[in-house]
Design a protein around this ligand. Structure first.
Ligand code: PA5
Length: 449
């Protein structure tokens, strides 16, 4: 039984129930074409069965290696960009202590990230930190040719080798890449690094349940079996019925498309738990890269409340009426903390003295939802009982399947990303990469350099 619930009743001021139900027939067809692999992007459907097909040998290998890394490393650096780091980061940050970097009590290595930007300051400061701490790293790139992680890996590989010597450094590097193609695969073979494979039929943003996500999550000290078990729960549920009334994925895909057709072109994912910040980032990539093409698609945005009620809250309440929001609502916190009583009550807070903070947070959530509905912002709600490996596994599969069905409703291929090449071509031309000579000339003329 899944624990995740989906509620679209607070969108029914903008759309009718019938607008949602009208998608049923189409949704059934899309599930069938996913199953039969007859839809767009059908070479990239490996994620569909990942949770149930992952084998014990692979899980054991990941867990054993993670334990080795945990013993010898205070820091584990994940080098990757886009789908090659966001899934791991989403799960690790959701499950970690909020101040993990300062909290030495759990004994888990701190996971840090590199190669998700090209900032000289960010990378220099990371290298300085690594001077004084034992560390290992995973370099993750399916293509094995992405510029950002390749630059970071050059720097960190040199750093590791000068810190530990070439032989020991080799045992601190894990490469996660294609089974045969790409520069990273070649380097890993030549240097003798431990490697894991990113399956051919799984795109980066759908890869969190492969070693891409599972190894860093295990190194951080979390239970990958439970994460997979959560995803299996959702998979089984989705497969048992495609009906919008029973299946939260169908309901989510139908509702967001009904809202899009009603002019709501921006979806804001809302959390009231700061630990979910990177989960929203993962979702933004999954939906933005999957749907934003052919001049269409819902723009995925994210906010953290109540923090952003003091910034973006104004726009959401009264700005352009083209937004809807989807709240990821967590029913139970992991800690207990109540608002204290104060004799003087100068701040006037005694009326809530004794209440758990979570109850106050929950009232903020309910109050905000109502205010936003009144302001013309339809509200979708995804509830999970708590933040755990199991519920995150459910959420991951929910969102992946929702993205595939939504993308098909929109009529796009949710598994490619042709648009991300445009910036690369310009950057390579500007940097004078061999093979881009004509583009270099053109771009320099355009910039009058
Ligand atoms: O979802 C995707 O496919 C992308 O975001 C990729 O993950 C990202 O561009 C990194 O690619 P690679 O793993 O080949 O370095």
């Amino acid at each position: 039984m899944i624990d995740l619930k989906f509620d679209y009743s607070n969108a029914l001021d903008t759309i009718n129930q019938q607008d949602v139900i009208d998608f049923q027939k189409e949704i059934n067809q899309h599930y069938s074409s996913l199953k039969a692999k007859t839809g767009k992007g059908n070479d990239f459907l490996g994620w569909l069965n990942l949770p149930s097909e992952i084998n014990e040998t692979l899980i054991n290998r990941i867990e054993e290696l993670a334990e080795e890394i945990r013993i010898k490393s205070k820091i584990f650096v994940v080098i990757g960009i886009g789908g090659s780091y966001l899934g791991a980061r989403a799960v690790i940050e959701a499950l970690s202590h909020s101040f993990a970097h300062l909290n030495k009590r759990d004994g888990n290595p701190i996971v840090l990230y590199a190669g998700q930007n090209i900032s000289e300051d960010y990378t220099s400061e990371l290298l300085t930190l690594l001077d004084d701490n034992d560390y290992s790293l995973a370099v993750i790139s399916k293509s094995g040719t992405t510029t950002e992680p390749a630059i970071a890996f050059r720097l960190l590989k040199n750093h590791l080798e000068s810190k530990y010597g070439k032989l020991d450094a080799k045992d601190r590097i894990i490469a996660i890449t294609d089974k045969e193609k790409g520069a990273l695969k070649q380097l890993a073979d030549e240097e003798g690094y431990q490697t894991f494979i990113v399956p051919d039929d799984v795109g980066g943003r759908y890869s969190v349940l492969t070693p891409v996500g599972l190894l860093p999550i295990a190194v951080a000290g979390f239970n990958i079996r439970e994460l997979i078990a959560g995803a299996i729960k959702m998979k089984d549920h989705v497969e048992s019925s495609t009906y919008i009334s029973d299946n939260p994925v169908s309901a989510y895909a139908a509702t967001r498309n009904a809202l899009y057709n009603a002019g709501k072109t921006i979806e804001i994912t809302v959390n009231y738990e700061p630990k979910l910040y990177y989960f929203t980032e993962w979702w933004k990539q999954l939906y933005g890269e999957s749907e934003g093409k052919e001049n269409k698609g819902i723009f995925p945005a994210g906010v953290g409340f109540t923090t952003d009620l003091h910034s973006m809250g104004q726009y959401i309440q009264e700005g352009l009426r083209n937004v809807f929001e989807t709240v990821i609502s967590v029913e139970k916190p992991s800690h207990k903390l109540r608002v204290p009583n104060d004799k003087k009550d100068l701040d006037g807070l005694n009326y809530i003295a004794g209440k758990p903070l979570h109850e106050v947070n929950h009232m903020a959530e309910t109050g905000t939802t109502l205010a936003h509905i009144d302001g013309g912002v339809p509200n979708l709600k995804i509830s999970i009982p708590n933040i755990s490996e199991n519920t995150l596994g459910q959420l991951i599969y929910f969102y992946e399947m929702g993205c595939a069905i939504s993308g098909y409703i929109l009529g796009v291929n949710p598994f490619d990303q042709p648009g991300v090449e445009a910036y690369k071509k310009n950057m390579f031309a500007l940097l004078g990469k061999p093979g881009f000579e004509k583009d270099t000339e053109e771009i320099y003329n355009r910039l009058s350099l």
